[in-house]
Write a protein that binds this ligand. Structure first.
Ligand code: GLA
Length: 373
């Protein structure tokens, strides 16, 4: 894995350079597209992106040695994140000219750490700087969300708000109803946040991610038709949930119940974080995972295995799957003095079960997107 310095060296020919971090999410999963609550934090694992003026468009992925040039018929997977932003800029008549771009980074793709949003946000931010679009961070967040939706993922805005506004050492409690956020220091005296990557890669657009957000839209329509005055599922509370029970089918009701409970978990989690109550934080993580696995059905055997290991191991306060699901990473809250032995034991157990070497790193919570040059 290359360091930031190595990427800066590889990208030294570029006049404008940005660092777009990845994110973890402590709690509040699949709630953003329903205008609920979530609590992500930006990490030091990042995408680095450089650009110069050019006669025609060209983009190089420095880690995979793939280059796309304007007019070329073969299109790499990642091109979609650039094309979305270029198209949107043209639709809005924003100044934009061909560029020579290169990007790469130590943020793994398909690992539930928002690598696609990091690329897309990094590109939108760089365009705004280079062409002097004069968008503030709020407008830029909206632009990046819209640009990324062109990739076909009916995602929310958690990743973009987090990437553009992250703050070192803090998680952001985001209210996705109005895109406002509050910082919560997340360091705990005796624990560390450990990310365990199952190495089961997901490309969310090819999973049931969109199916979940579509079912949520059907639930909303049904509740509105039946007279509930709500604009989004994030507004549903325990009382409204009881009223909804007879209106929804057996596929829909668990999804709504999960949404209501997950929003409540985010509120409790923020309070437990202030109290630095690792036992309660761990329990909330485990409850969240059960919801994602049994009600929302976006987990997989590998993630369940890792979380099950954590739930039985006294060195871990708790764990849960993180991000869109169907593979990717889990987050574990582990006692700092035992983290090394915990990591080697869970690695061995995981390898024995699935024949896969999981990846591990301690989350270093860093600032959000920055221009480096
Ligand atoms: C992906 C999406 C986010 C969010 C998460 C699940 O990361 O990009 O908008 O929905 O999944 O919480």
């Amino acid at each position: 894995m290359k360091s930031e310095l190595e990427y800066l060296e590889l990208l030294k020919e570029y006049g404008l350079l940005v660092r777009a971090p990845g994110r973890i999410n402590l709690i509040g999963e699949h709630t953003d597209y329903n205008q609920g609550l979530c609590m992500p934090a930006t990490i030091d694992r990042s995408i680095y992106l450089g650009l110069n003026n050019s006669e025609k468009w060209s983009i190089e992925a420095i880690d995979t040695h793939e280059t796309w040039e304007q007019g070329q018929s073969w299109e790499p997977d990642w091109l979609v994140y650039f094309k979305g932003a270029i198209q949107l800029a043209k639709e809005r008549n924003l100044p934009i000219m061909p560029l020579k771009l290169a990007f790469g980074g130590n943020l793994p793709a398909g690992a539930g750490l928002s690598s696609s949003s990091s690329i897309c946000c990094g590109f939108c931010f760089a365009l705004n700087e280079h062409f002097n679009w004069q968008m503030d961070l709020g407008a830029l967040t909206k632009f990046a969300v819209k640009a990324e939706r062109q990739s076909g993922l009916e995602g929310g805005m958690m990743d973009q708000i987090s990437i553009l506004n992250g703050k070192e050492g803090n998680a952001l409690l985001i209210d996705c109803k109005d895109w406002t956020f509050t910082s919560y220091p997340m360091a705990l005296p005796d624990h560390r946040w450990l990310v365990v990557d199952t190495k089961i890669k997901h490309k969310l657009v090819d999973t049931d991610y969109n199916a979940r957000s579509q079912t949520c839209r059907q639930i909303l329509l049904k509740l509105q038709e039946e007279g509930q005055s709500i604009k989004a599922l994030g507004e549903v509370d325990g009382h409204k949930l009881d009223m909804a029970k007879n209106l929804l089918n057996e596929e829909q009701f668990p999804l709504l119940k999960y949404q209501v409970e997950e929003n409540e978990r985010v509120r409790k989690f923020a309070l437990a974080l202030v109290k630095k109550d690792s036992t309660q934080l761990g329990n909330i993580l485990l409850e969240g995972h059960r919801g994602l696995k049994d009600m929302y059905k976006v987990s997989c055997d590998e993630l369940d295995f890792l979380v099950d290991f954590a739930s039985k191991d006294p060195r871990a306060a708790g764990a849960r799957m993180m991000g869109g699901g169907f593979g990717g990473s889990s987050i574990h809250l582990v006692e700092k003095n035992t983290i090394t032995s915990y990591q080697s034991d869970i690695a061995a157990a995981y390898h024995q079960q699935f024949g896969i070497h999981a990846d591990f790193f301690e989350a270093e919570v860093s600032d959000g997107l920055k221009r480096l040059k």
